[in-house]
Structures are given as C-alpha cells and as structure tokens.
Ligand binder design. Structure first.
Ligand code: HEC
Ligand code: HEC
Ligand code: HEC
Ligand code: HEC
Ligand code: HEC
Ligand code: HEC
Ligand code: HEC
Ligand code: HEC
Ligand code: HEC
Ligand code: HEC
Ligand code: HEC
Length: 461
C-alpha cells in the first residue's frame, strides 16, 4: 500500500524530505512511549476534544487553540483564496477546526511556502488516536497493510461525510473489493443493509472475529431478523445447517444474490451442497441424496423441478424430524389416517387410498380391487407409502424402491418389482411373489399359515 507522504508545495520545486525525521516542535500530542506502554492521546486534545464536544452540544463558540509555530508563520492558512476549501466542508477534523495545521505540518521553507508532514500516516495519526495501534496489531497481515493507510479512506483535513470518509462506504470499500459493483449490479438483489453501509456488519479497521465482523454469527443476523430468531429459538428440531461453519451464510449470501431470499444457490443445489455426502447425526447416518440422484434415472416430479423445498420447507428448523412441510408417516407399518400422509396429498389425489374398489383412481389394482387401499388403508399393519416408494428417486417405474428399511435391525428388504403393460409383479422379502393385472385380474392367492387377512405376512430376513 502506497502511503501518501507528500507535503504540499505551492511554489513547486525543492528537494526537501517529505517527512521530517523528528518533530521539532514540543507538543503534548506527541507522546513517546517505552516498550509495552500504551500510546496516549495528548492532554491538550483530550481537553479540547471535550471542549469541542461540549461546544457542539451547547452551541457555544468553538475553543481556539493557542497560537502555534505555523500559525505565527502564516496567521490564517484557511483564509479566503488560500486553503479555505478545507474549512468549508461539513465535517472538520478536530485539529483543523482549531486551525492547528502545525499538529501535522512543519514549516520547512517559509519563503517557498513548503510544509512537510511531521510524520507519515499511520504514525502521524497514532499520535492522537491510540486505539488505532490495536487495530493495526490485530488485523490480518494483508489487511493491516490496508489499515495503516489511514488517508486512503480518511481525509486528514475535512470531508463531506461523517468520519471524514473520502467516499461512501460501498464505493470506498469497492476500490479494492471488486465484488462490490457486482453485488450492486442489476442482475442481483442486494441485502438491505448493504446498500447503506458495509460497516453495519464489518469493522473497517478489523476485528478479532472472522471476516472482520462486528458481531459474531449467527447473532449478527438474528439481531435484525426477529422472526427467524423466533423460528430457530422455538424449533423442536433444529437444522444443523445454520449452526455449522458459516452459519446462516451457508445458504444465504450476506451481500447480494441472484436467487430470491438472498440464497446462494437454487433450491436443489443449495441442499445438495451439503447433502451430497452421508451426514452423521447422532447414531444415524443420513442418506447421501446427491449420490442417490446421480445413480438413479427416475426422479420424483418436484425433484426434477429442482425443488426440495416443495416438501422440506422447515429449512431453519421446526417441528418435523425430516423438516417436512406436512405430516408424513415414516414407519413401515402405520395405522391409517389420511392426515398422516398429508405431504403426499398436497399434490396427489387422496383417492389413491380411499376406496376398496374402483378403476379410476390408481393403476395399482388387480381388476378393480385397489391395492393401495388394501395395503395402506387399514388400522392394523397399514403400510406407509415408504414401504414401497422412494420419495426421492429410484430406477423403478412409479418410484418403487429397490430396497426398503424393514424392522429395527436395519434390514434392507428387497422389493424386486417388475412392471408389465397392464400390471406388475413384486417379490418382496415379506411375501411370496404376487402379481396384479388391471385387465385380467389374477386370482387372489391362498393365504399362507400365519398370514394377515389379505394373505400378506412379513417373512424373516
Ligand atoms: C491531522 C493532520 C493534519 C492537519 C491538522 C492538517 N493537515 Fe494538511 N495534510 C495532512 C496529510 C496527512 C497530508 C498528506 C496528503 C494526504 O494524505 O491526503 C496533508 C496535505 C496537505 C496539503 C497538500 C494537498 C493535499 O490536500 O494533499 C495541504 C495544502 C495541506 N495539507 C494544508 C493544510 C492546512 C492549511 C492545514 C491547517 C488548516 C492542514 N493541512 C492541517 C495532514 C494534516
Ligand atoms: C493532533 C491530534 C490528532 C491527529 C494527529 C490526528 N487526529 Fe484525528 N482526531 C483528533 C481529535 C481530537 C478528534 C475528535 C475526537 C473525537 O471526536 O473522539 C479526531 C477525530 C478523527 C476522526 C473522526 C471524525 C468524525 O467526524 O467522526 C477520524 C476519522 C480521524 N480523526 C482520523 C485521523 C487520521 C486518519 C489521522 C492521520 C492522518 C488523524 N486523525 C490524526 C485528533 C487528531
Ligand atoms: C479501509 C478504509 C479505512 C482505513 C484504511 C482506515 N479507516 Fe478509519 N474508518 C473507516 C470507516 C468506514 C469508518 C467509519 C466507522 C464506523 O462507522 O464504524 C472509520 C472510522 C474511524 C474513526 C472514528 C470512529 C472510531 O472507530 O474511533 C477514526 C478515529 C478512524 N477511523 C481513524 C483511522 C486511522 C487512524 C486509520 C489508520 C490507522 C484508519 N482510520 C484507517 C475506514 C477506514
Ligand atoms: C486498499 C484496498 C482495500 C480497501 C479500500 C478495503 N479493503 Fe478490505 N481487504 C483488503 C485486503 C488486501 C484484504 C485481505 C485479503 C486477504 O487476507 O486475503 C481485505 C480483507 C477484507 C475482509 C475479509 C477479512 C477476512 O478475514 O476474510 C473484509 C470483510 C473486508 N476486507 C472488508 C472491507 C470493508 C468493509 C472495507 C471498507 C470500509 C474495505 N474492506 C476496504 C483490501 C482493502
Ligand atoms: C449484513 C451484514 C453485512 C454487510 C452489510 C456486509 N457484509 Fe461483508 N460479510 C458479511 C458476512 C456475514 C461475511 C462472512 C461470510 C461467510 O462466513 O461466508 C462477510 C464477508 C465479507 C468478505 C470476505 C469475503 C467474502 O465475500 O465472503 C468481504 C471482502 C466483505 N464481506 C466485504 C463487504 C463489503 C465491501 C461490504 C459493503 C459493500 C460488506 N461486506 C457488507 C456480512 C456483511
Ligand atoms: C442491520 C440489520 C440487518 C442485519 C444485521 C442483517 N439483515 Fe438481513 N435484511 C435486513 C433488511 C432491512 C432486509 C430487507 C427487508 C426485508 O426483506 O426484510 C433484509 C433482508 C434479508 C433477507 C431477504 C428476505 C426476503 O424475504 O427476501 C435475507 C434472507 C436476510 N436478510 C438474511 C440475513 C442474514 C443471513 C444475515 C446475517 C449475515 C442478515 N440478514 C443480517 C436487515 C438486516
Ligand atoms: C439450509 C439453508 C438455510 C440456512 C442455513 C438458513 N436459511 Fe434462511 N432461508 C433458506 C431458504 C431456502 C429460504 C426461503 C424460504 C421459503 O421459501 O420459504 C430462507 C428464507 C429466509 C428469510 C426470508 C424469509 C422469512 O421467513 O423471513 C430470512 C430473513 C432468512 N432466511 C434468514 C436466515 C437467518 C438469519 C439464518 C441463520 C440463523 C438462515 N436464514 C439460515 C435457507 C436457509
Ligand atoms: C450447510 C450444510 C447443509 C445444508 C446447506 C443443508 N443441510 Fe440439511 N442437514 C445438514 C446436517 C449437518 C444435518 C444433520 C443434522 C441435523 O439433523 O440437523 C442435516 C439434516 C437434514 C435433514 C434431516 C435428516 C434426518 O433424517 O434427520 C433433512 C430432511 C435435511 N437436512 C434437508 C435439507 C434440505 C431440504 C436442504 C436445502 C434447503 C438442506 N438440508 C440443506 C446440513 C445441511
Ligand atoms: C416429494 C417430497 C420430497 C421432496 C421433493 C424431497 N424430499 Fe427429502 N424427504 C422426503 C420425505 C418424505 C423424507 C422422509 C422419508 C425418507 O427418508 O425417505 C425425506 C427425507 C430426506 C432426507 C433424510 C434422509 C435420511 O436418510 O434420513 C434428506 C437428507 C432429504 N430428504 C433431502 C432432500 C433433498 C436434498 C431434496 C431435493 C433434492 C429432497 N429431499 C426432496 C420428501 C421429499
Ligand atoms: C409438490 C408436489 C408433490 C408432492 C408433495 C408429492 N408428489 Fe409425487 N409426484 C409429483 C409430480 C409432479 C409427479 C410426476 C407426475 C408425472 O410425471 O406425470 C409425481 C409422481 C409421483 C409418483 C410416480 C407416478 C408415476 O406414475 O410414475 C409417485 C409414486 C409419487 N409421486 C408418490 C408420492 C408420494 C408417496 C408422496 C408423499 C411422500 C408424494 N408423491 C408427494 C408431485 C408431488
Ligand atoms: C405396497 C406397495 C405400495 C404402497 C404401500 C404404496 N404404493 Fe403407491 N404404488 C405402488 C405401485 C406398485 C404403483 C404402480 C402402479 C402401476 O403403475 O402399475 C404405485 C403407484 C402410485 C402412484 C402413481 C399413480 C397411481 O396410483 O397409479 C402414486 C401417486 C402413488 N403410488 C402414491 C402412493 C402414496 C401416496 C402412498 C402412501 C399413502 C402409496 N402410494 C403407497 C405401490 C405402493
């Protein structure tokens, strides 16, 4: 970072050093410190700072500093026609407001009107701003090169903006962070606070937190988003996605995004960013959905549309173990109640399981005997949809699963389903091969010993 160390030179020429090696003026603002001792703001400025603050509050006339060496050399550097522009800007740096040009400048050649800086920034600034030493010490190596270039961002004299900033923060920061113009570009939606000020979230001089954040995540976000705070605070089941590494920023771009709700990616790839691997959660292993989708050809409608959220809407956490929008009974056997499959009936006709007979509602029938009804719609050992279908994807028609989890032992029971033009056959681990045909019904098989009313008994693994 190139620091601007040049003194002003209104008369041109001259080969004097820009910065005097040692300050020749004795002043309280230059405080030497022994190793380890903290730098202090000069006593005079402390007093003046207070006086200024008071005068600002009380509207009293400003306290003027005692005449200084420079002021004696040139009684009024800011008189009309000279450096009056400095004094006319809305925000004046305190020393300048006091006319104390010599706090920073030293006359080096009165005749040629040459004034060097008494020290180069940041040392010049550190004389009075002792906290700046900590900013420099705590910044990362690369960032500290930036932080030491105080006058890159601050005008040492006066400015049109608070904190003597040379430009509005977005433009100021955007000088180096080339993403900023993109964030504000027409193809993205920028985050509310971004358009105002980067320093709402970032400390411009660095902070001990990652990414120079002023407040740690996720509190930073939750501080403004009360409804999400409420949501995650009251969720019975939390989604670890917002408590790991980048917290909310795992899914949301804190600056701007092309996808609505500031999402980093479209739904499916947003989720698969993490669910493209097995995830250990307590003593269970959560399926690698990415691999499942890569290995199978028949993807369920909403997944083909890239919309995981069609079913999993509780992204921030909620009440459902599987973060589902509506109820879905996930056990193998479930005593029937249509509300237990409310999720599926968001999009599919409840009729598939409603009536014992009828040719209109489902292809899973033998003649007009509804086999969905027969398997699912019963109080004792009703099968859930999951007993046959994989809700995400499979290589079978109608998303029939190749294997389904059965029993407590973790047995993956094969279904061995085969479709025909007018029906199908399956040979699952739980009963003998069975066929159905919509046109020419297959006679109901003779129940085997120990079978349930419909002739289906779970077999041992
Ligand atoms: C707080 C320190 C400080 C004070 C007080 C100060 N200056 Fe400066 N001045 C600087 C620095 C630092 C530079 C170097 C230019 C830069 O980095 O922007 C500078 C540069 C200048 C320049 C060169 C042109 C420019 O803007 O770069 C002029 C002229 C100048 N100062 C005049 C004055 C006058 C007149 C006063 C008093 C009314 C004054 N300064 C008070 C720090 C100060
Ligand atoms: C001679 C002492 C002195 C020097 C040298 C000095 N400052 Fe200051 N600065 C002050 C005082 C006094 C204030 C007002 C204090 C306050 O409000 O806390 C101030 C205020 C500021 C502010 C806040 C302005 C605002 O409106 O909020 C900034 C930014 C600043 N200084 C930057 C600098 C930079 C950059 C340098 C070095 C180029 C520098 N200062 C050098 C004394 C100094
Ligand atoms: C990358 C730009 C940048 C650099 C470099 C920078 N500042 Fe700042 N500074 C800011 C911004 C932006 C603010 C407004 C802070 C805010 O509102 O949180 C600020 C605020 C300040 C303030 C007033 C508020 C405070 O935190 O006390 C002082 C004093 C100050 N800076 C001094 C310095 C000094 C001294 C240096 C060099 C060691 C420096 N700054 C370097 C951007 C910068
Ligand atoms: C003069 C160039 C420059 C300016 C101006 C600048 N930065 Fe930086 N910024 C850097 C550099 C260099 C790094 C360090 C990058 C690295 O470590 O890889 C950095 C890093 C950062 C980081 C990341 C820190 C981290 O730990 O990952 C943030 C956040 C940041 N700057 C915010 C800002 C903000 C906000 C502003 C405006 C107030 C700003 N920067 C102005 C050059 C700049
Ligand atoms: C609403 C808060 C917020 C605002 C406003 C904000 N940032 Fe950030 N910024 C963050 C968070 C949070 C991260 C860390 C993201 C992460 O962990 O992945 C970050 C990261 C960064 C980084 C590190 C690299 C990156 O892209 O992740 C830079 C650089 C940065 N911000 C610059 C800026 C600049 C410049 C502005 C103003 C134009 C700004 N930020 C405004 C919250 C914010
Ligand atoms: C200073 C307050 C503030 C902070 C801090 C903040 N936000 Fe925001 N956020 C807003 C405002 C204001 C809006 C725009 C108004 C709105 O849509 O609610 C917004 C909008 C959003 C939106 C878009 C809402 C929608 O329906 O499209 C998301 C998502 C969001 N913020 C996430 C975050 C995340 C993640 C963080 C932490 C990195 C964060 N916010 C930090 C104030 C904040
Ligand atoms: C797993 C990804 C993910 C994580 C992690 C995440 N979100 Fe979201 N967030 C989303 C999705 C997806 C939406 C869109 C919701 C919708 O369409 O109903 C959203 C919507 C939002 C909205 C706008 C809608 C609303 O309800 O106001 C805000 C604000 C928001 N999130 C903030 C946060 C905050 C704060 C965090 C961190 C505590 C966070 N999000 C963590 C995925 C996530
Ligand atoms: C940042 C990584 C990450 C992202 C992004 C993410 N998840 Fe997760 N998800 C996890 C982790 C880790 C777990 C296991 C811990 C837990 O249950 O919260 C999990 C658990 C789940 C579970 C519960 C599985 C079970 O059986 O307990 C579902 C369902 C889920 N995620 C769906 C989604 C959906 C849908 C999305 C996209 C909107 C998504 N996830 C995005 C990390 C992520
Ligand atoms: C049609 C509704 C639906 C859609 C769309 C959907 N899911 Fe699911 N998902 C479920 C149901 C129901 C379960 C619980 C039953 C199960 O585990 O098979 C589940 C379970 C999960 C699990 C937990 C698996 C386990 O081993 O515990 C994860 C992770 C998951 N889904 C991620 C996703 C992702 C990622 C997408 C988008 C690519 C997605 N889901 C799309 C309905 C859906
Ligand atoms: C968000 C809407 C939606 C939800 C919720 C939903 N589905 Fe689907 N489902 C679809 C779409 C769309 C198709 C594809 C229809 C097509 O391709 O003609 C489909 C297809 C199917 C098929 C295959 C039909 C065929 O003939 O190949 C089965 C089986 C299925 N869904 C079962 C379920 C189950 C079980 C649930 C509950 C876990 C469920 N669906 C939840 C929208 C949904
Ligand atoms: C015993 C296994 C089994 C169970 C349990 C089951 N299905 Fe099916 N389902 C099938 C078979 C086999 C087909 C394919 C029928 C054909 O095309 O020949 C099918 C087809 C479907 C279709 C495609 C349209 C149709 O009916 O032909 C939908 C939608 C569907 N099932 C939804 C569900 C829902 C929702 C549940 C849970 C409430 C469920 N299934 C339970 C075996 C089952």
């Amino acid at each position: 970072m190139q620091q601007n160390r040049s003194a002003h030179d209104n008369s041109g020429g001259g080969a004097e050093p820009d910065v005097l090696p040692t300050p020749t003026r004795k002043g309280p603002t230059v405080v030497r410190r022994a190793a380890g001792e903290r730098r202090r703001t000069g006593g005079r400025w402390r007093v003046l700072g207070t006086a200024l603050a008071l005068s600002a509050v009380l509207g009293a006339p400003q306290v003027r500093a005692a005449p200084t060496a420079l002021a004696k050399a040139d009684p009024d550097c800011t008189r009309a026609g000279c450096h009056d522009a400095y004094a006319q800007a809305p925000v004046l740096h305190a020393p300048l407001a006091q006319g104390a040009c010599d706090d920073c400048h030293q006359v080096t050649d009165k005749d040629r009107h040459r004034f060097a800086l008494t020290a180069a920034p940041p040392d010049l600034c550190l004389r009075c701003h002792d906290d700046a030493a900590d900013w420099i010490a705590t910044a990362t190596a690369k960032k500290s090169m930036v932080v030491t270039a105080c006058t890159l961002c601050h005008d040492p004299h006066s400015a049109a903006r608070p904190s003597l900033l040379r430009a509005d923060p977005a433009a100021l920061c955007g000088q180096c962070h080339a993403e900023v113009p993109q964030w504000l570009g027409p193809d993205r939606v920028a985050h509310g606070p971004l358009t105002k000020d980067c320093t709402t979230c970032h400390g411009p001089h660095g902070t001990p937190l990652p990414a120079n954040l002023k407040t740690a995540m996720p509190e930073l976000c939750l501080g403004c988003h009360a409804s999400i705070k409420e949501q995650v605070g009251t969720a019975k089941v939390e989604h670890k996605a917002w408590t790991m590494d980048h917290y909310c920023a795992n899914c949301h771009d804190p600056h701007a995004a092309k996808v609505e709700h500031l999402l980093r990616r479209e739904s499916a790839s947003l989720c698969l960013h993490c669910h493209d691997q097995e995830v250990k959660s307590g003593d269970t292993t959560i399926t690698n959905i990415g691999a499942l989708l890569a290995r199978t050809t028949q993807h369920h409608g909403p997944i083909r549309d890239g919309n995981c959220m069609a079913c999993h809407s509780e992204v921030h956490g909620g009440s459902s173990e599987r973060r589902l929008k509506e109820q879905f009974a996930n056990d193998f056997y479930v005593s029937f109640d249509a509300s237990r499959y409310a999720l599926c009936f968001l999009c599919h006709e409840e009729h598939v399981v409603d009536d014992a007979r009828g040719a209109a509602f489902t292809d899973f029938r033998n003649g007009d005997r509804n086999l969905h009804f027969m398997h699912v719609n019963r109080q004792s050992k009703g099968r859930s949809c999951r007993a046959c279908h994989d809700v995400h994807a499979s290589d079978q028609p109608a998303h029939l699963a190749e294997k389904v989890a059965f029993g407590a032992g973790g047995w993956q029971m094969p279904l061995r389903y085969q479709q025909t033009a007018t029906g199908g056959t399956c040979q699952p681990g739980c009963h003998r091969p069975q066929s159905y045909d919509r046109v020419t019904p297959i006679p109901t098989p003779v129940p085997s010993p120990g079978a349930t009313a419909d002739g289906i008994a779970p077999a041992a693994p």
